[in-house]
Write a protein that binds this ligand. Structure first.
Ligand code: AGP
Length: 609
């Protein structure tokens, strides 16, 4: 998964490309490069490593060109290196290409290019195939050559193309990888994501699948899969450039943790009518349609999957329909019970996670109705869904998902209430009572964020632990899994999450003197059971940090440290209890000197299976 950007206009493309790439580095950062059309020649500058490496090499050269393309990479085919970095040049240097996605039939195309056209490949990438393919078909008409190449390509791709003989044209193509176009005054842009161009324009065109875009400095033409020109409304971006910047926070991750109250507010209130009912722009499941669903599947990856675990409890409790939650990378291979009486809910922050996308398409083929909970507007998961619930978390840049998780939880609470109404399992009085409770969560979230200092102190005392356990009962187990994932991906500590009642069946053997156990005990109905589980690990020498609702003070007698979250409904507690867990992962990672926003081995959205 990579980030692509392109510029055509009157300004110097070099600065604009490097600035744009700096806003896309969260998408992949193992190598970066740019291609410029200068004096009817294509010059490529690309280097292994962070974008800074490219900038340090290129900026001192004071290059200047009015058209160029840029790329920041997340390696899939060919390990990170200067040669495997993008852009890739065709054999005679006529065509330069940048690409995000995977060309699944590249090996076949490579063979054909070598056998039929004597092409010598420079890199191990699938992308280089595209550059040679376009050159083979190029007879002076770049658009025609791109069309002929695309017809032969299989897989997911967003590509940017320039040609040395056509310095007035930039072409881009989208298929199952994100691509937007920015409209400027006598200049136009392409990019994988909106933050890359926000410093230059707020007028954006969302490019559909299988569309080709031809950009000159004063015109943008979009062609559909039938090569017919199509019109597209401009999407005015409301959030400002700063939203993509850190606004004074040290890292995007801590900034996004603090943006959760706003995310909860927007996700709820943008759907609440004056009389406290819900209105959905892109969900129109009728009562009759909902009543014929006899099963709901929630399918996702990582943090989104953990939100699904909470979603299951909310939907089963409030709408009375059985829910199965599955990880997307397993779903299609587990012979799931899917038919036209199934509601399939896909959850994805980026909307581009390929495992989730392919699972969605699989369920759709089997007749399921597809509803997706997505944060990125216009992303592939949203496009392929029948109904879409957008979480208004704003851009999430930190690789570790935080505000997207809590807005996904809010989405599930809202959907569970809505389904309860459609299924006549919740009466008006209870419905409005729940809506009032949801309205209080923004404020309670603000209150929970004040726990920061206590978490900072606890993190500084135990960031050297190499094994940490998280345990809980009921809905707290779901949060324990999320807490453990956050700690693993940010601190690289080998942490483990488990249902507290399961410990005595084996895992407790791992508990010894000073083993750190984080016990989530926010559920009143399971409180006493959790207190006895804490006693069990204490008896083996564990150091216990407990999370409880304000007022449950008895736990302080058994735990070494207690973090209190504001009192709330048990079902809604994950919205608050996850916050000290996010802080814990962040500050432990900071104390261990890790790159919090760009953890090793990870990418913000995983577009490979
Ligand atoms: C979470 O912090 C990770 N970044 C990762 O597990 C993520 O949740 C997963 O890859 C799913 O991403 P998505 O929500 O964009 O589909």
């Amino acid at each position: 998964m990579c980030g692509i950007v392109g510029y055509i206009g009157n300004k110097n493309a070099v600065d604009i490309l490097i600035d744009g790439l700096s806003k896309l580095e969260y998408r992949g950062y193992d190598s970066a490069g740019i291609a410029l059309c200068l004096d009817n020649k294509l010059d490529i500058y690309k280097y292994k490593g962070r974008l800074k490496n490219l900038a340090d090499n290129v900026l001192p050269m004071s290059l200047s060109a009015n058209i160029g393309i840029g790329h920041t990479r997340w390696a899939t085919h060919g390990e990170p290196s200067d040669i495997n970095a993008h852009p890739h040049l065709s054999q005679s240097g006529q065509i330069a290409v940048i690409h995000n996605g995977i060309i699944e039939n590249y090996a076949h195309l490579k063979e054909w290019l070598i056998d039929e056209h004597n092409i010598t490949f420079q890199s191990e990438t699938d992308t280089e195939v595209i550059a040679h393919l376009i050159e083979v078909f190029y007879e002076g008409d770049l658009l025609e050559a791109v069309y002929r190449a695309v017809r032969r390509m299989e897989g997911a791709y967003a590509i940017g193309v320039i040609a040395k003989d056509d310095p007035e044209t930039l072409i881009a193509v989208r298929k199952d990888s994100p691509l937007i176009v920015g409209i400027g005054e006598n200049e136009n842009f392409i990019a994988s994501d909106i933050p890359a161009i926000l410093n230059y324009t707020r007028d954006v065109l969302l490019i559909e699948n299988d569309e080709v875009v031809v950009l000159t400095k004063d015109k943008v033409q979009i062609y559909d899969s039938l090569e017919q020109e199509v019109e597209r409304d401009i999407y005015k971006v409301t959030w400002d450039a700063a939203a993509a910047e850190k606004e004074g926070y040290q890292h995007f991750t801590i900034k996004e943790i603090h943006e959760q109250p706003k995310g909860l507010h927007d996700t709820l209130h943008l759907r609440l009518t004056d009389n406290a009912n819900f209105k959905f722009k892109q969900i129109d499941i009728s009562k009759e349609q909902f009543k014929q669903f006899n099963r709901i599947y929630i399918v996702a990856c990582g943090t989104a999957y953990h939100a699904g675990l909470v979603g299951k409890r909310a939907i089963e409790k409030l709408a009375g329909v059985p829910v199965i939650v599955d990880v997307a990378s397993e779903f299609r291979y587990s012979d799931p019970f899917i038919d036209d009486k199934t509601l399939f809910i896909a959850v994805s922050q980026s909307g581009e996670t390929l495992d989730t996308l392919q699972s969605l398409r699989y369920a759709k083929k089997l007749g399921a109705r597809i509803l997706s909970i997505v944060n990125v507007v216009g992303s592939s998961v949203a496009r392929d869904s029948d109904d879409v619930f957008y979480t208004w978390a704003g851009p999430e840049i930190g690789v570790a998902s935080t505000k997207a998780y809590t807005t996904q939880l809010m989405a599930f609470y809202i959907l569970a209430l809505h389904f309860g109404r459609l299924n006549d399992t919740i009466n008006n009085e209870d419905f409005f009572a729940w809506v009032e409770k949801l309205k209080t969560m923004e404020e309670l979230c603000v209150e929970s964020l004040t726990i920061k200092e206590q978490m900072q102190r606890i993190s500084s005392e135990c960031f050297n632990n190499e094994n940490i356990f998280f345990m809980g009962r009921g809905i707290d187990v779901d949060v324990a899994f999320e807490a453990s994932l956050k700690l693993k991906e940010l601190s690289y500590i080998n942490s483990f999450a488990i249902a507290a009642g399961e410990l005595k069946h084996g895992t407790i053997a791992l508990i010894e003197e000073n083993t750190l156990v984080v016990a989530l005990a926010t559920q009143d109905t399971l409180y006493d059971k959790m207190v006895s589980n804490i006693r069990e690990v204490k008896a083996r020498g564990a150091y216990v940090v407990a999370i409880a609702q304000t007022g449950n003070t008895a736990i302080a007698d058994v735990a070494d440290e207690v973090l209190y979250i504001p009192k709330c409904d048990n079902l809604l507690a994950p919205l608050l209890s996850v916050i000290p867990m996010q802080y814990f992962a962040y500050y432990v990672a900071l104390d261990r000197g890790n790159d919090v926003d760009k953890p090793r081995n990870l990418a913000k959205s995983v577009t490979v299976e």
